[in-house]
Design a protein around this ligand. Structure first.
Ligand code: NAP
Length: 451
C-alpha cells in the first residue's frame, strides 16, 4: 500500500522535527522536505552565531532524521515559484509549512533607510555565509568606529559580540573567508547595545551574557545603579546577576568596548554625508510598570546601526497570512482559511506558526503538536495514493532537479576540505553557483537545470 505522503516546506529545526515526529508515529508515512536553499538546517546553519558551535551541533540530531529511509531532502526548490502550494496540496496527503521568519522587523522611525542602517537579519545572514547575501558586505560600513545595535534580545547580543570579537576568535568559526577578511579589518571600537526598557526586562539570556565575561580583551560599560536588587523570576534573577558581574569587571585595555544603554528608545537616525551618523535616543522611565517616554533626548554617534527588534514571517504562495501578526493563522497547527475554518491538508510548524520565540529545541514540541493534529485528521481517512514518481515528474518537466541529501553531503564535505586548507574546521560556501555545482555532483545526474 502507498503510504501517507507529507511535504514539509523548510528544512530548519521545525521542519525536520515535524518529519521526525511523523516517521516516529505508528503510521506508514513518507516525508519530502523541501528547501529553497541547496542546504538543509535553516537558521541553525544561517542564524545561530558562528561562534556557537555547541548550539550548531544540534545538526547531528537533525541529520539523523534526514537519513531516515522514509525521508527525502529536496533542496533548491522554491515552493510558491517552482511548484505552487496548491499543486503540493494535490500531490501530498498533508503539507506542513515550516518556513520560519526571515524578515527583520522595522522600527518605523525617520532615517531608517539611510545608508549604514541595516537589519540584524541581513547582517547575520551575511556573516553566516547565506548565498542571498554573498555580495552584501559593502553595505555594512565596518570602517565606522561606533556601531549601535538596537534591541535587547539574543540576536542583538550575537551581533554585538561578533562585532567586538578578535580576529583570532573569529578565525575559529565557519565564516566564509571574504566575511572574515572584512570583519578582521573592521575599525569598530565601540559597540552600543540600546535597550528600550530596563535590565530586568531584557530578553538576553544569562548564558549568553556570561560569555562576555570570558572576552578579556573586550571592555564593558554598564551602569550598576540601574540594576534592581533581585527578581522572583529565576531567569530574570540570573540575568541581573550576569549584568552585575559585567558591571563589576574591569578590563582596562579593551581593544573594543561594549556599552549597555537601558531605558533608551531610538526616535530618529541622523544623517551626515548621505549616511547615518548618529541615533537620537529618548529616555524612557518606568511608571507603574509601564515604559513611558520622557521627552528627554540625547544623541549617540553611530557610523553603522543594526536594528535587532525581532523577526516576522513572509507569505508563502497562496497560503493565508496574518499581516498584523506576521505569521500564518492556525488552530493547533491547522492553517485557517479566511472563513476561520481549517484548510484541509495544510499545516504550520515553528516560527511561521507561533512567531519568532524560543530556542532551537522549542521547535520540537511545536512540530510534534502539529503532527498530533495531522494524525488526528487522518483517522478514518486512507492515503490518497499519490506516489513520489508523480512529484518527481512534475519537477522534472519544469527542469527542476532538486539537490538531494547526497548532494548536500558533497557540499558539506567540500566545506570541510576548504576549512582544512585554511587550518579551520570548516569554511562555508557562500554563493549559489558553487553550492549548486557541488550539490549536483553528489549523485550523478542530480542538480538543477540552469537554462
Ligand atoms: P527577541 O528576543 O524577541 O528580542 C527583541 C528585542 O527587541 C526586545 O528586547 C524588544 O524589546 C526589542 N524591541 C522590539 N521593538 C522595539 C522597538 N520598537 N524599539 C526598541 N526595541 C524594540 O528577538 P530576537 O533577539 O530577534 O530573538 C528571536 C528568538 O531567537 C528569541 O527567542 C531568542 O531567544 C532566540 N535566539 C536565541 C539565541 C541563543 O539561544 N543563543 C540566539 C539568537 C536568538 P521589548 O522587550 O521591550 O519588546
Amino acid at each position: 500500500m502507498i503510504p501517507y505522503r507529507v511535504a514539509v516546506i523548510g528544512s530548519g529545526p521545525a521542519g525536520v522535527y515535524a518529519a521526525e515526529a511523523l516517521v516516529r508515529s505508528r503510521i506508514d508515512v513518507s516525508v519530502d522536505i523541501y528547501d529553497r536553499l541547496p542546504t538543509p538546517y535553516g537558521l541553525v546553519r544561517y542564524g545561530v552565531a558562528p561562534d556557537h558551535p555547541r548550539i550548531k551541533s544540534i545538526i547531528v540530531a537533525l541529520q539523523k532524521v534526514l537519513e531516515r529511509g522514509q525521508v527525502r531532502f529536496l533542496g533548491d526548490v522554491h515552493v510558491g515559484i517552482d511548484v505552487t502550494t496548491d499543486e503540493l496540496g494535490e500531490l501530498y496527503d498533508a503539507v506542513v509549512f515550516a518556513t520560519g521568519a526571515s524578515v527583520g522587523r522595522r522600527l518605523s522611525i525617520p532615517g531608517e533607510d539611510l545608508a549604514g542602517v541595516c537589519s540584524a537579519t541581513d547582517f547575520v545572514a551575511w556573516y553566516s555565509g547565506h548565498p542571498d547575501h554573498a555580495q552584501a558586505g559593502e553595505s555594512f560600513p565596518l570602517a565606522a568606529e561606533s556601531v549601535v545595535v538596537i534591541g535587547a534580545g539574543n540576536v542583538a547580543l550575537d551581533v554585538a559580540r561578533l562585532l567586538a570579537k578578535s580576529a583570532e576568535d573569529l578565525a575559529q568559526t565557519d565564516m566564509p573567508p571574504h566575511v572574515l577578511d572584512r570583519l578582521v579589518c573592521s575599525n569598530v571600537r565601540d559597540v552600543h547595545l540600546v535597550c528600550r526598557r530596563g535590565p530586568e526586562h531584557a530578553k538576553f539570556t544569562a548564558k549568553e551574557l556570561r560569555e562576555l565575561l570570558e572576552l578579556d580583551y573586550v571592555a564593558t560599560e554598564l551602569d550598576a545603579d540601574l540594576l534592581p536588587a533581585g527578581s522572583q523570576d529565576p531567569m530574570t534573577a540570573a540575568n541581573l546577576k550576569a549584568f552585575a558581574d559585567i558591571a563589576a569587571r574591569e578590563v582596562v585595555h579593551g581593544q573594543r568596548t561594549l556599552h549597555f544603554h537601558f531605558w533608551s528608545r531610538p526616535v530618529e537616525f541622523l544623517e551626515a554625508g548621505g549616511a547615518v551618523a548618529a541615533v537620537r535616543l529618548e529616555r524612557v522611565q518606568d511608571v507603574d510598570g509601564v515604559a513611558v517616554p520622557t521627552g528627554e533626548v540625547t544623541e549617540l554617534k553611530a557610523g553603522m546601526v543594526v536594528r535587532s527588534v525581532g523577526y516576522h514571517s513572509t507569505p508563502v504562495g497562496t497560503l493565508p497570512f496574518d499581516d498584523s501578526l506576521g505569521r500564518v493563522p492556525h488552530d493547533a497547527g491547522r492553517v485557517l482559511g479566511p472563513d476561520g475554518r481549517a484548510l484541509n491538508g495544510h499545516y504550520v510548524a515553528g516560527w511561521v506558526k507561533r512567531g519568532p520565540t524560543g530556542v532551537v529545541g522549542t521547535n520540537r514540541a511545536c512540530a510534534a503538536d502539529t503532527v498530533v493534529s495531522i494524525l488526528a485528521d487522518w483517522e478514518g481517512q486512507p492515503p490518497r495514493g499519490v506516489t513520489s514518481d508523480e512529484v518527481d515528474r512534475v519537477l522534472s518537466e519544469r527542469g527542476i532537479r532538486p539537490v538531494t541529501y547526497d548532494g548536500w553531503l558533497s557540499i558539506d564535505s567540500e566545506e570541510l576540505s576548504r576549512g582544512q586548507v585554511l587550518g579551520r574546521a570548516r569554511t562555508k560556501i557562500p554563493d549559489w553557483e558553487t553550492l549548486r555545482r557541488v550539490g549536483a555532483s553528489g549523485v550523478a545526474g542530480l542538480g538543477r537545470d540552469t537554462d
